[in-house]
Design a protein around this ligand. Structure first.
Ligand code: FAD
Length: 317
């Protein structure tokens, strides 16, 4: 079933979360062990992230550097199929512009369609190491709105090969990303919101936001979206702080602010065990307020760890 249908049918806020495919060489049982404790909160859908190739450099005996392209976390499509089969819930694979030509995208979508996967989260992806800016694959998409456009075309039976006739339309529900604190490359929040509007105009049916720690930023963002005519559901993304290192890592990686009150509490913690308690408590208060405000879904970023999400979900759902 489509995410948008789950949202329409729900009588109260839905619990959902995202998982990362395991590192290459690990077992799918690691994923099941991650997910099992969260199933008591009845998530109707689970997102599975997609990870591009990375460029690593290996020093050779002669002192020269050898460039190697590696995929550390393959398997998004396989995991989605396995999750749907095992838990009878909907899987939402993330699909990227980065690393994909239009042809690759079409073929990936055909695979997903054949596997009975009806949802995708369409993203641009980040630049890879060594590139300052995002560079599209040859004959690939530069912005997520163009990827959304391709998926919407396939939903109308329009494939890349114009000579194909009587094509079966796919039936994907398309989600996209939104940034309450602005995407880091955008010149202004208003410009970024306009670009998000383009994704909706191309066929996106809901938005999942980047993680944030200050609900005011989320509420203001929703307001801005509504003002420009974005009427689709906007799902807040939640990530509890769990270590002192997160104070520098999360702003660096996700370009978000951490409120002073939270920073102070984390800094004053004796150890990471205490930080975890502070982070969980902050997220619980965030979630309670968001739920009270009637958000359709609370979407949790697991980053491979779920015990704190379990504690939060117990307090909120
Ligand atoms: P876009 O919507 O294309 O926006 C990128 C930038 O371009 C923005 O600054 C925007 O304002 C601008 N822009 C957009 N359209 C236009 C246009 N038509 N003209 C001019 N400027 C434009 N990354 C992964 O690699 N794997 C994942 O699984 C993954 N999952 C994510 C899940 C969520 C919920 C979120 C919020 C992010 C996720 N990301 C993931 C990160 C994401 O790929 C990056 O944030 C990326 O830099 C931007 O992706 P986007 O889809 O928002 O891009």
């Amino acid at each position: 079933m489509k995410v948008i249908e789950h949202i329409k049918q729900a009588k109260e806020t839905i619990f959902s979360f995202e998982i990362l495919p395991p590192l290459k060489g690990q077992n799918i049982r690691d994923i099941y062990n991650t997910i099992d404790p969260l199933m008591e909160f009845k998530p109707p859908f689970v997102n599975v992230t997609y990870h591009r190739e990375e460029v690593v450099y290996k020093r050779l005996n002669n002192g020269l550097l050898e460039q190697k392209v590696v995929r550390k976390r393959p398997g998004t499509v396989g995991i989605c199929a396995a999750l749907q089969n095992r838990y009878k819930i909907d899987a939402v694979p993330h699909i990227l512009c980065g690393g994909f030509s239009r042809e690759d995208t079409e073929n990936a979508l055909i695979d997903l369609d054949f596997l009975g996967i009806e949802n995708v989260l369409a993203l641009r992806g980040d630049s890879i190491k060594g590139e300052t800016y995002f560079v599209a694959e040859k004959n690939g998409h530069t912005f997520a709105c163009d990827l959304v456009g391709q998926i919407s075309d396939m939903n109308k039976g329009i494939y890349l090969d114009e000579e194909l006739k009587n094509n079966t339309p796919t039936n994907f529900c398309i989600g996209v990303a939104g940034y309450p604190e602005k995407h880091f490359e955008a010149p202004s929040i208003n410009n970024d919101v306009q670009n998000t509007l383009k994704k909706v105009q191309q066929g996106a049916e809901y938005i999942v936001t980047q993680l944030f720690f200050d609900n005011t930023r989320f509420f203001e963002y929703v307001e801005k979206c509504r003002q420009v005519g974005i009427s689709v559901p906007i799902i807040p993304g939640i990530k509890p702080i769990a270590t002192k290192r997160h104070l520098s890592l999360l702003p660096h990686r996700f370009h978000v602010d951490i409120p002073d009150e939270l920073v102070k509490s984390v800094v004053n913690c004796r150890d990471n065990e205490q930080v975890r308690e502070v982070g969980v408590e902050w997220a619980i208060q965030q979630c309670k307020e968001l739920k009270e405000a009637g958000v359709p879904v609370l979407h949790f970023y697991s980053m491979g760890k779920v015990d704190n999400i379990q504690t939060i979900a117990k307090a909120v759902f």
